[in-house]
Design a protein around this ligand. Structure first.
Ligand SMILES: Cc1cc2nc3c(=O)[nH]c(=O)nc-3n(C[C@H](O)[C@H](O)[C@H](O)COP(=O)(O)OP(=O)(O)OC[C@H]3O[C@@H](n4cnc5c(N)ncnc54)[C@H](O)[C@@H]3O)c2cc1C
Length: 442
C-alpha cells in the first residue's frame, strides 16, 4: 500500500516508521528545511538543542520503547526533577509533598487542602467524570480561593491567557496523573532527556525509514490532498526547486494542526466545524546562552504579573553544560495569542525587555553574562482543551475515505507531548492501512 504522510515531526516520522516496518511504501513530506516539527533542534555551543524545551516523564512508555527499539536506549538520562515557584521575589522549591507543606505564601490549612486534593487527583483513574467541569471552578471549589489566587490562577493564566476559565478539568487532571506516574521506586519524580537531543531520535527514524525503502523529503510542502469520488487519490506536492507534482497514494495521514487540514482538502460541514473549531495558542521561547548558571532550579514557574514570562527553564540543570561547550542554557517562555503585544516583537526587543527581569531570579545576574540569544515562535503550540472537549475533538478518521488526521488536538486528556503524538500517530497509521485493506478486499 502507498501511504503519503504530511508533516515530518515525531508523529509523521513515527507513523512512517511503523508502516515501513509493515512493508508499506511510505513518503513523508515536511515543509520546513528540517525534521522534528515542534521538537526540532538547532545548534548551540557545539551541541543540539530543542527550539522549545523538551523533557520526558517515566510514564512516556511509547517513546521510551521506540528509543530502545532504535538502539538509543542508552541515550536516556534521568534526573531528579527540580521544580521551583517564584512568588513575590522568592524562589520556593515545589517538587515534593514536603515542599508543598513548606510553601508559606498560603496558610497551613490551605496547604493541607492543596495537598489532599493533589493526592486525590493523582489517585483518580476515571478522568471522564471531570468532563463538563472547568479547571478554574474545580480548583476554586476544592483547593480554595487562596490557592487559586497564588498558585493555580497565575499558572492557568500564563499557560492559557484569555482561555484560562474555559479549560476543562480533564486537562488539569492529566497534569497531576503524569507527575505521579513519573516517580521512581523511591517516590522521587524523575525527568528524562535524550542525550544529544530529540534530533538524535529524528535522525534515527529518518535513516531507518530510508533503509526500509521509504522516502523523507524536507523543504517540501503538501499543497493539496487530491480526491476523487470522496476518496483520497494522492497529494499535490511542491518541491524545493519550485516544481509541482501529483503523487498517487492509497492512504494519506496528516500530522498537521487540525485547523490547517481544511486548507488542503474540502471537508463536509460537520467535520470542518470540528477541525476549525479547536483553537490553538502560540508559544514564544527565548534561549539564553549564559556564562553562569541562573539558579539551581530546572523548571521555575513564575507567579508575578510584573514579569513578562511564565517560565524560566534552565536546561543545564537537567543536561550537563558540557553538552553545550560549558555554556549555561536557559529558556524563558510564554504562551500567547496572536493579539498579544509580544507576538509581534523581534528578538532584540524581547530580550531588551526580558533581560531586566532575570536579575529578580538571581540578584547576581548581569547582562554581561549573556553570550547569545535565540528567539523561536510557534503559532500552533498548544491546542485549547475546553470544557466538554470530547464533543469538540475532530475524529482521526476523516469523512474523506483514506484520509486520516493525527494531530496534537487529538491527544486528550493528556497534555501534548512527543510520547502521545507518537502513540496517536502509530495507532492511526495501523488503523488507516487496516481500513484501506478491508475496503480493497470488499
Ligand atoms: C513550548 C513547547 C514545549 C513542549 N514541551 C514538551 C516536552 O517537554 N516533552 C514532550 O514530549 N513534548 C513537548 N512538547 C510537545 C511536542 O513537541 C509535540 O507533542 C510534538 O512534537 C508534536 O509532534 P507532531 O508530529 O504531532 O506535530 P508537529 O511537531 O507540529 O509536526 C507537524 C509538522 O507538519 C509540518 N507541516 C505542516 N503543514 C505542512 C504541509 N502543508 N506540508 C508539509 N509539512 C507540513 C510542520 O512544519 C511540522 O513540522 C512541547 C511543545 C511545545 C510547543
Amino acid at each position: 500500500m502507498k501511504v503519503g504522510i504530511i508533516g515530518g515531526g515525531i508523529g509523521g516520522l513515527g507513523a512512517a516508521y511503523e508502516l515501513a516496518k509493515q512493508g508499506h511504501k511510505v513518503a513523508v513530506y515536511e515543509r520546513a528545511p528540517f525534521l522534528g516539527g515542534l521538537a526540532s533542534t538547532f545548534d548551540v555551543g557545539g551541541g543540539r538543542l530543542e527550539r522549545f524545551y523538551h523533557h520526558l516523564f517515566l510514564s512516556d512508555k511509547t517513546i521510551i520503547g521506540l528509543l530502545e527499539e532504535l538502539g538509543l536506549g542508552d541515550r536516556l538520562i534521568w534526573e531528579d526533577s527540580k521544580v521551583g515557584f517564584y512568588y513575590k521575589g522568592r524562589i520556593y522549591p515545589f517538587s515534593t509533598p514536603m515542599d508543598l507543606l513548606r510553601f508559606t505564601p498560603v496558610g497551613l490549612l490551605d496547604r493541607v487542602r492543596m495537598g489532599l486534593v493533589t493526592v486525590y487527583l493523582q489517585r483518580v483513574k476515571r478522568w471522564q467524570k471531570f468532563e463538563g467541569m472547568s479547571a478554574s471552578v474545580y480548583i476554586r471549589k476544592w483547593m480554595g480561593r487562596r490557592n487559586y489566587e497564588v498558585v493555580w490562577g497565575p499558572l492557568l493564566d500564563g499557560k492559557f491567557t484569555r482561555y484560562k476559565d474555559e479549560i476543562g478539568m480533564p486537562w488539569l487532571w492529566s497534569k497531576f496523573a503524569t507527575r505521579v506516574a513519573s516517580r521512581d521506586k523511591t517516590f522521587k519524580e524523575k525527568l528524562g532527556y535524550i542525550k544529544g537531543s530529540w534530533g538524535v531520535l529524528m535522525d534515527a527514524l529518518e535513516r531507518r525509514i530510508g533503509e526500509m525503502g521509504g522516502e523523507v523529503h524536507v523543504s517540501t510542502s503538501v499543497a493539496r490532498v487530491l480526491t476523487e469520488g470522496g476518496r483520497v487519490k494522492g497529494l499535490a506536492v511542491q518541491w524545493p526547486d519550485g516544481r509541482h507534482s501529483e503523487e498517487p497514494f492509497d492512504v494519506v495521514i496528516a500530522t498537521i494542526p487540525s485547523f490547517a487540514l481544511p486548507r488542503l482538502v474540502d471537508l463536509p460541514a460537520d467535520y470542518l466545524a470540528k477541525a476549525q473549531g479547536v483553537e490553538y495558542e502560540g508559544a514564544i521561547a527565548v534561549i539564553w546562552v549564559l556564562k553562569h548558571s541562573l539558579s539551581p532550579i530546572y523548571w521555575l514557574n513564575i507567579s508575578d504579573p510584573e514579569i513578562p514570562f511564565l517560565l524560566v527553564l534552565e536546561q543545564t540543570n537537567l543536561v550537563p553544560s558540557s553538552e553545550y561547550g560549558g555554556k549555561h542554557i536557559i529558556y524563558t517562555a510564554n504562551y500567547v495569542t496572536r493579539e498579544d503585544r509580544r507576538w509581534g516583537m523581534d528578538a532584540e526587543a524581547i530580550v531588551a525587555e526580558y533581560v531586566t527581569h532575570l536579575k529578580k531570579i538571581n540578584p547576581a545576574f548581569d547582562p554581561s553574562w549573556v553570550e547569545e540569544y535565540h528567539l523561536h515562535k510557534e503559532p500552533a503550540a498548544q491546542p485549547i482543551m475546553k470544557v466538554n472537549y470530547l464533543q469538540q475533538m475532530p475524529p482521526t478518521r476523516t469523512p474523506v475515505e483514506g484520509l486520516w488526521l493525527a494531530s496534537m488536538s487529538q491527544v486528550y486528556p493528556e497534555d501534548r507531548g512527543t510520547n502521545y503524538s507518537l502513540r496517536l500517530a502509530v495507532e492511526v497509521a495501523r488503523q488507516a492501512v487496516a481500513a484501506a485493506q478491508t475496503t480493497v478486499a470488499r
